[in-house]
Design a protein around this ligand. Sequence first.
Ligand code: BDR
Ligand code: CA
Length: 333
Amino acid sequence: MEKTKVILDCDTGSDDAVAIMLAILSDKLELLGVSTVAGNKEINFTTDNTLRVIELLGSKAPVYRGCHTSMVTKIAPGRRGGYNGMTGVSEFNVDAKGNIIQYHNDCLPIAEAKTKEKKEHAVFWLIDTLMRSEGDIVLVPTGPLTNIAMALRLEPAIAGKIKELVFMGGGFKVFNSTSCAEFNIWADPEAAQIVLTSGIEKITMVPLDATHSANFSREDAKELRDYGTELCRVVADLIDERVTAYDAYQPQNPLGTAPLHDALALAYVFDREVLRDVKLMRVDVDCGGGFADGSTLCDTRAYPDRELNCYVALDADRERFVKLTKELLKSFK
Ligand code: BDR
Ligand code: CA
């Protein structure tokens, strides 16, 4: 069976980390490389974390450092009022030991990597790799879409070379950074709008509505921890950390569970059944700088007045996703 060629573009982060792991472990995928972007953390951390994950798995996938800030949002004064680097959190909670509860620590609980990132900038690597390809690469962005939009601006022809783009981001009825925006899109709304209107043949958005339907629990973390391998221990730590943060800032139903958003988007590339209720819509991003800034506007009318441009997943198969994730993680000794 021919493997699907995939490139991940990540702001690694706890859930991006699991997406990278699945991309390496799935025998249905060939991971061509990972580009990094600022988002969950600043670019030094997201790049360093990416290298740690890749080395932990003994993979040779190259890592390319990308954009350290969004395209234009930070030029508009006041636009990002209240932003403190933590999805929709204006006041931190602390745990019993007085430590700040966070979704993502600066560094993942993995040994520092010896390997370094490649010298070439991620945006140029993306353009080069896509232009030389036979149009057979699936692109999976799991952070702000800055690198992809920059690449599209520099070389619009890459749009015709991307077989499919599956991104984690946006919300249909579920939001986190603001009352109507999800973090990856809110962190760089212009970039998201550029990608959505680029003419890429097939774009699939994996919004919070889907990712919050496929949460992991503390029991899942325990099962992985008990399995005893280093990789399963790392993911158990990440799940526990995320559950603590979600309980503190975005309590889920049931309590004691948390999404691994980015891993779900990646899993969809090799298992189409993990997403449910996937509908073709017209999606645009509000870039107005007001209350709706970074909101994904999904047109559900019978006769939208703009071309349909994006498949939107409204639900996910939790059992299937959790099972396949655990199986793949356990397959690595
Ligand atoms: C998205 O934002 C980040 O915190 C996560 O890594 C995920 O990509 C969820 O809103
Ligand atoms: Ca992410």
